[in-house]
Design a protein around this ligand. Structure first.
Ligand SMILES: [Zn+2]
Length: 465
């Protein structure tokens, strides 16, 4: 444990000891009432001031302003005066267990690192996270255990292995499904569903600026059709406007990136709206290099030293690392692409198309957890309101996953997943990172005790990578 983590732990033990509680005899341990906070519930356009949240077991029983909600006798009281509460955050686009220290490689993929990353996400209040398309075998056992309640961390969802063109995207990745005929595409979807029960299906439609073959409309059309007949949504990695329009015509459900080759037009906006497409912009994924090149303002985040090894923090804070990025020859084009992505997100928001959060977090220096909060910051910089960014990160993510009956908003009947913030994110969206407590299933998450493995790669992993 780092000195900082130890001090944090001591402080939280001290505070716990000072917490006023009612006498044990009179207390109903399954009833909790959180009072005094401003609540952003994920659906309402205005927050609930001086709110009362009644939680029984893992479920919200009642929520409203003080006086409108009856406080049951015997409930354990939590005073959250001066705080702001938001629902747990959903990330629809990242990849787990791929990095160790400053290295990133498929060879690192193991159960321990899946757990490590799930814990990092939860520490930052990310309660749901979709691992999008490159999950190896250890994910199967992890998900079985997590869904049976045997393991913790953020709730993970998996696309298993995604679909890409033969010799195409993620060059050299032998595990992706690479159909060459529509029949084979349908067959591969059926096999994936049988073997992995994916929560979503991922497709890559991108030629990396003309370098690679990309999936044809006939092939991704067959994949989408078969996925839909199995009741599964499809999320596409895409780049070009014309590809994206065709993806929408063929029924794609989610876009894992903003259109980046040009500004979106009215036809795109109409298609996206009519077909109920969810836009995941993954702005922070496209801005990583820029953030470091332009002087990162997030490296003083107090959770970083708790969750990430000193080697990583020292490296990305270093002048050499940042100067290399600042001087890289294609930084200007990255900047241009990013500006297009951000402008398109604003247009999509103005058109009333649902937006959700995705980040591509997980690589070295793309900090799991922090990146999801930064995505909200970049959304606001792009022109969304803080309220829109919070709803994108919560209710809209839950809706895309079909989990809106249980998660994503703070309403009666929903599971009590929430983040208690020390400051108001409607004033400054970066306040979503000023976390006091994370609650999941109606219980306080013991953040200081979440195991965060930072084991260096084994000799064998080094050899094979
Ligand atoms: Zn990705």
């Amino acid at each position: 444990m780092t000195r900082k983590a130890y001090l944090t732990l001591l402080a939280s033990l001290f505070l716990a000891a000072c917490q006023p509680t009612s006498t044990p005899e009179s207390q109903d341990s399954t009833l909790v009432v959180i009072t005094g906070a401003t609540v952003i519930d994920g659906v309402s356009s205005t927050p609930i001031e001086n709110a009362v949240i009644v939680i029984e077991g893992d479920t919200i029983q009642a929520i409203g302003s003080a006086g409108s909600v009856e406080v049951p006798p015997g409930a354990q009281r939590v005073d959250a005066s001066g705080k702001t509460i938001i629902p747990g955050i959903f990330n629809l686009h990242a990849h787990v267990a791929r990095s160790e220290g400053m290295e990133s490689d498929d060879q690192f993929y193991n159960r321990e690192r899946i757990q490590r990353d799930a814990n990092r996400y939860l520490y930052y209040g990310i309660t749901h996270m979709v691992s999008l398309g490159i999950d190896q075998e250890p994910m199967i056992g992890f998900l079985e255990d997590q869904r049976a309640g045997r393991t913790g961390g953020a709730r993970l969802y998996s696309a298993g292995y995604g679909f890409a063109a033969k010799d195409g995207w993620i060059p050299g990745n032998p595990n992706l499904n690479r159909p060459t005929t529509p029949d084979e595409a349908r067959q591969l979807v059926q096999e994936l569903v049988q073997e992995r029960q994916p929560d979503v299906i991922k497709i890559w439609v991108d030629d990396r600026l003309g370098e690679l073959p990309k999936l044809t409309p006939e092939l991704y059309g067959a994949i989408i059709e078969e996925a839909h007949s199995q009741g599964i949504k499809v999320m596409a990695h895409m780049y070009y406007l014309e590809d994206t329009k065709e993806l929408i015509r063929r029924g794609v459900d989610g876009l894992a990136h903003s259109v980046r080759d040009q500004e979106v037009d009215d036809e795109f906006l109409r298609l996206a709206k009519e077909n109920g497409v969810t836009q995941v912009a993954t702005l922070v994924g496209h801005s990583s290099r820029l953030a470091y090149a332009d002087g990162p303002d997030f490296l003083d985040d107090p959770a970083l030293p708790v969750l990430f090894p000193p080697l990583v923090l020292e490296t990305v804070s270093g002048q050499e690392y940042q100067a290399n990025l600042a001087n890289s020859p294609n930084l200007a084009s990255t900047r241009e692409v990013y500006a297009t992505a951000a402008k398109n997100l604003a247009k999509v928001a103005a058109a009333g198309i649902p937006i959700a959060v995705g980040t591509d977090s997980g690589g070295p220096g793309r900090f799991q957890g922090l990146w999801e909060h930064r995505e909200m910051e970049l959304m606001v910089k792009a022109g969304l309101t803080p309220m829109q960014a919070i709803q994108a990160a919560t209710a809209n993510g839950a809706k895309f996953l079909g989990l809106e009956d249980q998660y994503g908003t703070l309403e009666p009947g929903k599971i009590a997943d929430l983040i208690i913030l020390n400051a108001d994110p409607l004033e400054d969206i970066r306040n979503t990172r000023n976390i006091d407590e994370v609650w999941m299933n109606g219980e306080r998450v013991n953040r200081a005790d979440l195991p965060i493995s930072t084991a260096p790669p084994t000799a064998q992993e080094r050899e094979t990578s």
